[in-house]
Design a protein around this ligand. Structure first.
Ligand code: DGL
Length: 263
């Protein structure tokens, strides 16, 4: 592992690009490789065993491509597989979990909402964190069934998406939440829609910035942080149709290209 090696990032699909953006903004000198395992998305309804198998495969691919650190930009993969990944590989591995703690500490209405996949909400790691921080507040957990496939299929602005978001947020609004935690890295792309639907008192939080900060800290601790001012190489790979990822990244920069790769 060298300072000049890239940061390897993977997600079940295109959603982790929301995390990539935070990492790239915070660490603009770092080379990055992003892997979208879209052919296997969504992970959220798969068994823990399958999620572990796919996470091992993605991590190994990124290591083979020379990564110096792995960012699991997927809550479902983190909450089901991070312990096993850390057991199997010696490279530093960063995960992403729903930001329950900050929401629980800040809520005034004593009621928060969490939107995440079934795989995340049913994981032992999620339960452990939720139990620790939400003892005396009410937590409305909603599975975002169908949201990831719509995002993967470029349907963020569809009527179906609007209908699902209204359905999923309505019990949260009824429970008077003042924080909505986005527990899936695909969901930051839904923030403009959610802002329209939710009352203005509701603050939406996701974990992107925290993951980027943690990546910086761990790289620094391992002596792997790129401090030289340079133009980075940014690589994006998908094992499915590249058009959705291209579209999501086009808002960020027209220059970025997405390549197809089997993995
Ligand atoms: N981006 C993944 C996450 O953060 C989506 C999981 C899925 O594919 O269902 O959980």
């Amino acid at each position: 592992m060298k300072i000049s090696s890239p940061i390897g990032i993977f997600d079940s699909g295109v959603g982790g690009s929301s995390i990539w953006k935070e990492i790239h903004q915070r660490l603009p000198n770092e080379d990055t490789i992003y892997l979208a395992d879209s052919i296997n998305a969504p992970y959220g309804n798969r068994s823990a065993q399958e999620i572990i198998r796919l996470s091992l495969k993605n991590t190994q691919t990124l290591i083979n491509m020379g990564s110096k650190i792995i960012v699991v930009a997927c809550n479902t993969a983190t909450t089901n597989a991070i312990d096993i990944l850390r057991e199997q590989f010696t490279i530093p591995i960063i995960g992403i979990e729903p930001a329950i703690k900050p929401a629980a500490l800040k809520t005034k209405s004593r009621s928060i909402g969490i939107l995440a996949t079934k795989g995340t909400l049913s994981s032992a790691l999620f339960h452990k964190t939720a139990e620790e921080f939400t003892k005396d507040i009410s937590v409305i957990e909603i599975i975002g069934e169908g949201l990831v496939p719509l995002i993967e299929n470029n349907q963020i602005d569809s009527d179906e998406m609007n209908a699902l978001l209204k359905e999923y947020t309505s019990p949260m609004i009824a429970a008077n939440i003042d924080y909505l935690v986005l527990g899936c890295s695909h969901y930051p792309y839904l923030i403009p829609k959610l802002t329209e639907i939710l009352p203005s008192e509701v603050t939406i939080i996701d974990s992107g910035e925290a993951v980027a900060k943690q990546t910086q800290t761990i790289l620094e601790n391992h002596g792997l942080l790129q401090k030289e001012n340079r133009i980075p190489t940014l690589q994006f790979y998908t094992n499915a149709n590249p058009s959705t990822l291209k579209n999501l990244l086009a808002n960020f920069s027209e220059e970025i290209s997405v390549k197809e790769k089997e993995f």
